[in-house]
Design a protein around this ligand. Structure first.
Ligand code: ADP
Ligand code: ZN
Length: 850
């Protein structure tokens, strides 16, 4: 007998655990780490069993029963539950939210309140309602002619307070009814039928003495006395022979190959010559399964590689820690093309050889089929891939293969850090500096930092790799907390490309007349490379055509109504789009303010560069890669594949093109405008620019052709530019770290950003001020900045204010007290402002300051 009660956590913000009674029938099933179906308020919800206990937090007669247990065995072991508790505590979010995030999507089984009309109201009734209670009338109108809506959906879309009380009144008037409906989980195993030949079927083939009579096969089966004549058509016989050769086939494939119809197969099965078995088949974009035997979709050869001395040292140091079950953080600083990936592969191989499992995190965008194929070639079916561009079913299947212990190397994006890897020996985090490791909704965790904590809890080694380590990680290495490993040379000593910084103020005049997109030098270089049939990568880190349109006569700029942010002009469809809320409208022909006709497009987006390329180099084959051209599931991989096959001369795109691409014919990289990110109101703007320029420059001249890089900028004096030109990370680090120290930014402080959102700006400002004042009054070991309007002041009709908190490193070095006090104030505020539709979110260690 376990304890009689269970503590259950729900994936809801601000929610603590609740206690339920475990009925005797479920006692053995209701294990810690399983999901349970329980009543919650008026509905039924899925929660996580986190503890079995004999203590209850309120009167036993109020206690409700668990209705069902959803998992046959726990989804979480003790170590991952411990990790979840750490995350909830550190990032100030609910344990249930964290547990939900740790699982693949689509597992929730939930009930919803569902509302529909009971009867159609009469015309007078409706007229009366319109006058007396227009809001109720609005609900009735929304429901008319519809099957009904989820209440939650209605509340969200009618966008006013009190939808629920209006519904209550409509229920009393017996006009609508609200019911509970159960929604099944989305993710389910995919099962398929396979056809197998039975021993009787085999015997029949062996012993057959067939003769063709009356157009059909007559034959005798059974070696014995009782001669059993069965009629089989020629096709059925061929089908049996096919199965005898193949052993077993997918039902659908069998029908197609044999030309048999369903009924013919059925009759074979009835005579017990074949049997149908249902089995789960795994869905994967990376493997082809024929009869459950996996083969990689892309086959690659493993090159025979002898590690150079630095690589060998890095592998050896990492392997040493794995062998000794020692938590140690290694920072692998290797310039682009220095062979970091090969170090990961060898370190993982050594980990498997120790009978331990490994995990590798990669930014989503760099997780191309080619990158996966390289690992498949080395580790075959031991690999499981997890990222959010896979379908729900594919993720579910891959996750369960890890859970069953069949996959022992997990490769994935951010959330793969939670994969149920059993005996963790090594975690690799590639491109550890990448901001995309931070999740931008609750729980706002940073996958690299969670990986470090997970490694520590598992006594595992962790290898963080980058050509441009984050200032935080490099400082940790400087302070001796991380072990620095360096790969200072490119493989085969391929020289780093020569980088030129072009001052656009000086060079613009001499450019061909293209609104300052290309300097003459970049223009001539492109022409030269095209002539030589070499390839070119062009970076412009801003999508669309032009970031804003402005009327020359009156200065009018079109801002998004919902967001107060300049709308971006997109040439396709002649549209203005808001990049924050996705609103769009037709671009005006005349200024809406002064009716003037002189509207200019300010700034440069990728579409504008594309148009200029078409005009200047009509013969060049250009492919553009940005958010707008990569919405399809595999669009991204297709573009890269075709560029790799030299079906295009120029690859033009946003930062997406900077990651890990290895194209040996690329000899020129051009940065159209290096300044797009520099002006952001963010203390990491310089770091991000340096990283991006270094990454993209690393794409030039990867093999035997020498590479060149041309960076156009209006801030040629900026340190980022000079350091990118000299490929000098250390110089950049020294400069940047002094700035951070002077301004007390990380790693010289820890930050928390509290964001407030509401439709009423005045009310919001007041609330944010009260919050800041309260926080200051606690006298905690931190400083409070603001409230200030967020740099993105208004998004989708909501105003945004923010408060920044910086801890005092001398008094509270781990920011433990700071977070505890902040948490109390946040909880207090939520209670005080309940039902006000005021939204508050806390971002611990923010990577974006907006
Ligand atoms: P990075 O990850 O640092 O950009 P990679 O590991 O992808 O570098 O290596 C770049 C190229 O060099 C790859 O094609 C890889 O196969 C090759 N390579 C890596 N290490 C060696 C080595 N020691 N000897 C020869 N080739 C190597
Ligand atoms: Zn908008």
């Amino acid at each position: 007998m376990l304890f009689p009660f269970a503590e259950i956590h729900f994936a809801l913000p601000l929610s603590r655990g609740y206690t339920y009674r475990v009925p005797e029938s479920l006692d053995a099933l209701a294990q810690i780490g399983c999901r349970a179906l329980v009543p919650l308020g008026k509905r039924v919800a899925t929660g996580f069993i986190v503890r079995r206990t004999d203590k209850i937090d309120f009167a036993p007669e109020k206690l409700r029963d668990i209705l069902d247990v959803l998992d046959a065995s726990p989804l979480f072991d003790e170590s991952r539950l411990k990790l979840a508790e750490w995350i909830a505590g550190y990032y100030l979010c609910s344990l249930g939210e964290v547990l939900r995030t740790m699982l693949p999507p689509g597992l929730e089984k939930e009930s919803h309140q569902y509302v529909k009309l009971r009867r159609a109201p009469s015309a007078e009734e409706m007229a009366r309602l319109e006058i007396r209670a227009p809001r109720q009338a609005e609900i009735v109108r929304a429901l008319m002619g519809k099957e009904g809506y989820k209440v939650r959906y209605l509340v969200k879309h009618l966008r006013y307070e009190g939808v629920r009380s209006s519904l209550q009144q409509l229920m009393t008037a017996e006009l609508v009814e609200v019911s509970q409906q159960m929604q099944e989980a989305n993710a389910r195993a995919q099962k398929k039928f396979f056809v197998q030949i039975t021993p009787a079927g085999k015997e029949l083939l062996e012993k057959r003495e067939g003769s063709k009579a009356n157009g059909e096969w007559r034959m005798a089966t059974g070696a014995n006395e009782k001669i059993n004549v069965r009629k089989l058509t020629a096709k059925q016989l061929e089908g049996l022979q096919l199965l005898a050769r193949r052993g077993e086939m997918l039902r659908a494939l069998f029908l197609k190959r044999s030309g048999l119809g369903g009924p013919s197969l059925q009759s074979l099965a009835q005579r017990e010559l074949v049997q149908l078995v249902e089995r789960e088949i795994e869905r994967s974009p990376y493997f082809i399964f024929s009869n459950n035997q996996p083969a990689p979709v892309i086959k690659t050869e493993i090159p025979s590689i002898v590690l150079n001395a630095e690589q060998a040292n890095a592998v050896q140091r990492t392997t040493g820690a794995v062998q000794q079950n020692r938590f140690e953080v290694f920072l692998l600083h290797g310039i682009t093309g220095s062979g970091k990936t090969q170090v990961y592969i060898d370190a993982i191989r050594n980990t498997l050889a120790q009978d331990k499992d490994a995990m590798m995190l990669v930014p989503e965008i760099a997780l191309t089929p080619q990158a996966v194929a390289r690992f498949q070639a080395n580790f075959g079916n031991l690999i499981a891939v997890l990222h959010s561009h896979m379908s729900t079913g594919e993720r579910y299947d891959a996750w369960r293969r890890v859970h069953r212990g069949e996959a022992r190397v997990v490769i994935g994006a951010r959330s793969a850090v939670f994969a149920p890897v059993k005996n963790l020996g090594l975690i690799v985090v590639d491109e550890e500096h990448e901001g995309s490791y931070k999740q931008d909704k609750a729980p706002r965790y940073h996958a690299r930092d969670v990986a470090v904590v997970r490694a520590k809890m598992s006594s595992a080694a962790i290898l963080l790799g980058s050509a441009t380590p984050s200032i935080e990680s490099y400082t940790n290495a400087q302070r001796g907390r991380y072990t620095l490993l360096e790969l200072p040379n490119r493989i085969d000593n391929v020289p780093l490309p020569a980088v030129r910084i072009l001052d656009m103020i000086r060079w613009r005049q001499s450019a061909p007349d293209h609104e300052g997109i290309f300097s003459r030098i970049l223009y001539e270089k492109i022409a030269e490379k095209l002539e030589k049939k070499e390839q070119i990568i062009l970076l412009q880190n801003r999508r669309g055509f032009a970031p804003l349109i402005r009327c020359v006569s009156c200065g009018y700029v079109r801002l998004c109504d919902a967001c107060s942010i300049a709308m971006t002009y997109h040439q396709r469809g002649n549209l203005l789009r808001c990049h924050y809320c996705n609103a769009y409208e037709r671009a005006p022909d005349a200024c809406p303010q002064c009716k003037g006709l002189d509207i200019i497009f300010k700034g440069i987006g990728t579409q504008k560069v594309e148009q200029a390329l078409h005009e200047l180099f009509p013969q060049a084959r250009v492919v553009r890669m940005d958010l707008d051209t990569t919405r399809g599931k595999l669009a991204h991989d297709r573009i890269l594949g075709e560029f790799g096959a030299h079906r295009y001369d120029i690859l033009l795109g946003t930062q997406m093109i900077a990651k890990g691409l290895d194209f040996h014919k690329v000899t020129l990289v051009g940065v159209v405008s290096a300044d797009t990110g520099l002006l952001r109101p963010d203390f990491r703007a310089g770091e991000r620019t340096f990283q991006l320029l270094t990454q993209v420059a690393g794409r030039a001249g990867r093999r035997n052709l020498p590479g060149e890089v041309i960076i156009q900028t209006y801030s040629p004096e900026d340190v980022c530019m000079a350091c990118a030109r000299e490929h000098d990370f250390n110089k950049f680090y020294e400069y940047e770290v002094r700035q951070r120290e002077a301004l007390r930014f990380p790693p010289f402080s820890r930050l928390a950003l509290v964001l407030f959102r509401h439709r009423d700006n005045e009310r919001l400002r007041g609330v944010a001020q009260d919050f800041a004042a309260l926080l200051k009054k606690t006298g905690g070991p931190f400083r409070v900045f603001g409230p200030t309007p967020s740099p993105l002041e208004r998004i989708a009709h909501e105003f945004r204010w923010q408060v920044l908190i910086k801890n005092d490193m001398a008094k509270d070095p781990s920011a433990h007290q700071t977070r505890a006090i902040l948490n109390r104030v946040v909880q207090f505020f939520h209670k005080a402002n309940r039902n006000q539709r005021l939204r508050l979110s806390v971002d611990i260690d923010p990577v974006s300051m907006m």
